[in-house]
Every structure is written in C-alpha cells, then in structure tokens.
Design a protein around this ligand. Sequence first.
Ligand code: SAH
Length: 397
Amino acid sequence: MAARPYATLVPRQTHRILAGHCWVFRSEFQTIVGEAVDGEPLEIRDQRGTVVGSGLYSAQSQIAVRLLSRRSVEFDAAFFRDRLRQARALRDQRLGGRPARRLVSSEGDLLPGLIVDQYGDRLVVQTTTVGMDRRLPMWLDLLKAEFSPAQIVERNDLTVRRHEGLPERTGVLHGPADTRLVVRVGRCDVEVDLLDPHKTGSYLDQQLNHEAVARWVVPGARVLDCFCHLAGFGVHALLAGAKEAVAVDSAEASIAGARRSAELAQVGDRLVTHCANAFDWLRAADDARETFDLVVLDPPSFTRNKDSVAGAMRGYKEIHVRGLRRLGVGGRLATFTCSHHVSAAMFLETVLEAAVDARRILRLEETLSASPDHPVLPTIPESQYLKGFVFSVMEAF
Ligand code: SAH
C-alpha cells in the first residue's frame, strides 16, 4: 500500500489541535508529503513526525482538514458505522423514544461535516465538507442498513458548502416524494416539511427547552413567544396552563406552521399570531404598554462572524430592554442566543445592561443549552453555540 499522504504542522501552532480542536487551518501546514487529494484522507504530523490525527482534506477551504481521529485510521465503512452507532447510543440514552432527534451532530459526534436528523421513520442528511459529500452514497447505505428509514431527504442548501467548492443541492434520495409529515416534537405534534428552509424542518436544538421553559409558566399566564418559528415555546406554554400566547415571526411560513402546531395541540383558540419584524413589533408593544407574564426571545444568529458582534450585541440589547419592560414583578424572561461568537458571559452582560435600562432587578433561575442530541465538545467552542437563561423579575422601579 502506498504511504499515506500527510501534512506537517508549523511549529508553535500545534497546541490548539493538541488541546482538542479538530480543525486544521491551511495556514498551519508546513509541508505536505505525498499528494493531498480533495475529499480524501490526510494525516497530520507534528514536527517530530508523530501522527497527531487523521481527517479528510478539503482543497478549497481555509479549514484544510477536519480531524476524525487522533490516530492513524482507515476511513472505511466499518469506521463510520462505529461512529454512527455511538451517536445513536447517546440519543437512545438521552432522548429515549422521542421520534424527532438529531442523530449525528458533526463535530459533537466526531463526524465533522455530517448532520443527520431523524423525524420518525424519515431521515434528513446534510454534508458540509467535500470529504463527507463524496461519501454520501456510503452514508446512504449505512443509514439504510442501521435505521431502515422510509425516506431520506438531502438538505444541502447550506451556504457553508461554498467554502468547500460544493454546490447547493436538495431533494429526496430515498423513498416517496412527499416530504411533509406530522411528528411529535417535545410534547406536541407539529407539521414539518423536511424541505423547509429553516434548519431541517424544525429547531430540534430547542426541543427540551420548550418543555423546560413551560415549567416556568404560572396558570393563566400571558406569554410572548418572539421569533417563534413553529411556536414550540408558545404552544408548550399553553399546554402548561397559560391563558394566551402571542407568537411573532417575520416568516409567513413560520406563522402558518405555528398556527398548525396550535391546532394540532388543540390550543389554536389561545394562540395569537403576528407575522412581523420582531424589532418593530416589540417597539409597538412597548409603546402600547402591553404586559406579559413570560417573554421568550429566541432570535436567529445576529452575527456570522467576529466583525459583526458589536452590531449583534446592540440588537440583543434592544430586544431585551423592550422585552423586560413588558414584564412586571414576578414576570419571567427566557432568552437565547445561538451564535458561537457570543459567549454566555457576553450574553449575560448584555441582558443585565438591558435590565439596567429597563429598570428591572433580575434573578437568574435556570441556565439552558442545546438539547443533548447536539453534544458539546468543550475543546471546540463552535459546538457550544446555543446558550439560554431564564430570569425572574424581582423588582421593577
Ligand atoms: N423559537 C423557535 C426557533 C426560532 S429560530 C423554536 O424554538 O423552534 C428564529 C426565528 O426567527 C425563525 O423562525 C425566523 O423566521 C425568525 N426571524 C428572523 N428574523 C426575524 C425578525 N427580524 N423578526 C421576527 N422573526 C424573525
């Protein structure tokens, strides 16, 4: 067998990878020995020639290699099947019989470049690196063998694929053409379309948080579910005893989905929906002095890179000032950021600055993160993107 191609790392920059991150940047290569082929295995060695890991090479991306292992391994179907089974075991343990769950979460499952979501007997696949994309036929075989799915949908309409020189692509790869289904997410049935441009049909990372936040609902509460998508927070709050939930989202498809979720949960008469820009809507609600007992803020990532963080923080502050002013003493705020550029500490600081402006004293009641089917590798900060807090308003002055 021909010697495996490998890259050596420039000195002094190896510590990040040795410390547990799996991305090797092109700028960290010193030499490449042998031929590095797009999408194919490449080993990484330190200055002394010791293997520090092996991964798949991306010829076009600045992230030239994503390590799949710290050892020198053969990337055959058996290797990937083992990883897939490990990923499944975690979900079976942590999410039990829930039919909707993320089966494979890229770096979090040591399978960088692969995401697989399960909705009942259907699977949705995303490949974000050229190495995983080339292996899509193998993944289809493995997924069919391990899960016998009724349908497999490809959702490769992800702009990150451009960095890898990959085209955007969606479609049904296996099974019937209809991609809509009703599936239980949390305690509610929701209608999802697996070709819905929002994630892969729904935000599974919030699945357990919908229930966690609902535990803060007091009977008869009035709830605001801002940036609601399918109103997972609002509908769970209604099922937990809220009198009314107001759900706001700028996408018409989200609002239609939210209405459908509420109907399926038989709380449609208590869900009020507004298709609006949440910034405008919150300003108007603030002017009108509307009041709520629970405000949920779950905006999209306001920042995709470090340069836009300052603007994002201003956006977070604005919605928090307005959201907090709509709460009286005893009211609760459940708030989330899904940007890995915004740390939990930065986010907390911004909420507290907003509380000063809104003249509210807050007590931190609960800290939340993505549901356990989105595992976190503490050495890879990008995997810890979703941060949430529940606060109570102790005093308004
Ligand atoms: N809370 C949802 C997930 C929300 S994701 C859940 O738990 O499932 C963010 C949502 O914000 C998306 O549905 C998107 O359509 C919506 N959105 C994005 N920008 C917005 C804006 N400016 N105003 C209102 N909604 C917005």
